[in-house]
Design a protein around this ligand. Structure first.
Ligand SMILES: CCCCCCCC/C=C\CCCCCCCC(=O)SCCNC(=O)CCNC(=O)[C@H](O)C(C)(C)COP(=O)(O)OP(=O)(O)OC[C@H]1O[C@@H](n2cnc3c(N)ncnc32)[C@H](O)[C@@H]1OP(=O)(O)O
Length: 257
């Protein structure tokens, strides 16, 4: 595996990959991405990262988290696989997913490729460096139930109606969480359809749970349902359904094979 990546990187260095994915170098870059993503499987079936040097996980507790955010995080962490003091493993139904600042980093060798391919790009939800200003969130998946829950704390830069979270920011988080579950279950996907019902205004700075579950998979289509609630689940803020279509990486570069 390491040899394979070293060979690929050697090829990349040799051909001076530029930031853009256009012009003369497009075909070569496409070919490298294609071969890298050939090894992308649903991330539920592979260890999250095969190397000791992991990319930074942006969903770790930080000083911007409110006590409510920390409490909800601790609640789900306690339900994840853990090692106790005796070094024994305790099985839990949940698994915390890491959150990287580029989706390419989830692909085999992606951490290295991300340094060469459109290196300045960032995942929208991880694009603001100031902690707590926009999207603070952590996603936990339940493999057996084919579901996930995201603990989300909105920041001051996400205002829509005065004192409340912008509907587009809520849609962003729903797309992110349902898309993460669809990607976890089905591999590379894109959002084809997203339907959202906003039921109650969400106070800015509040902490909410975004629950997503698999509805069904039909051929290339993965259907996901979603509900956004208060952390005690007594208040319903938003409901949504989403359709994700499995894609080949070539699709991202205009080819349909
Ligand atoms: C790549 C790495 C992955 C790694 C793993 C992830 C791990 C987590 C990582 C990081 C977390 C972040 C997660 C973020 C998630 C966010 C994702 C986005 O926001 S994506 C941006 C917005 N979406 C677009 O820009 C799509 C634009 N649309 C298209 O490209 C195409 O229309 C596409 C791919 C959706 C379908 O095109 P076709 O040509 O491949 O396929 P056709 O034949 O049209 O459709 C296939 C089936 O789907 C149905 N379909 C297509 N669109 C539909 C629609 N809008 N409504 C209903 N059905 C639809 C069709 O009727 C067909 O169904 P029948 O198989 O015949 O039954």
């Amino acid at each position: 595996m390491l040899g394979q990546i070293a060979r690929r990187l050697g090829q990349l260095h040799g051909q001076q990959i530029c930031n853009g994915l256009n012009g003369v170098r497009f075909k070569e870059t496409h070919r490298h991405l294609q071969s890298s993503f050939k090894t992308v499987r649903p991330i539920s079936t592979i260890p999250l990262w095969p190397f000791s040097s992991r990319p930074r996980d942006f969903s770790q507790p930080n000083s911007s988290w409110s006590p409510e955010m920390r409490k909800a995080y601790d609640h789900y962490i306690a339900l994840c696989d853990t090692d106790n003091e005796n070094g024994e493993k305790t099985k839990g139904p949940w698994r915390k997913l890491p959150s990287y600042n580029r989706s390419i980093k989830y692909a085999t060798g992606g951490i290295h490729l991300s340094k060469f391919i459109q290196a300045e790009n960032r995942l929208f939800t991880r694009s603001v460096k100031e902690q707590g200003a926009t999207f603070e969130y952590v996603v936990f998946v339940n493999k057996e139930e084919k579901s996930c829950v995201c603990v989300f704390q909105s920041g001051r830069l996400l205002e829509g109606a005065p004192g409340h979270v912008h509907g587009g920011a809520i849609a962003t988080m729903i797309d992110t969480v349902t898309g993460t579950l669809a990607g976890y279950l089905s591999g590379p996907i894109m959002t084809a359809n997203l339907n959202i019902d906003y039921r109650n205004p969400m106070p800015l700075g509040s902490v909410v749970l975004i629950h997503s579950a698999l509805d069904r998979i039909e051929r290339r289509k993965t259907f996901i349902t979603c509900k956004v609630t208060s952390t005690d689940e007594s208040k319903l803020y938003t409901e949504a359904t989403a359709l994700f279509v499995s894609i080949s990486v070539g699709h991202l570069f205009g080819s349909r094979n």
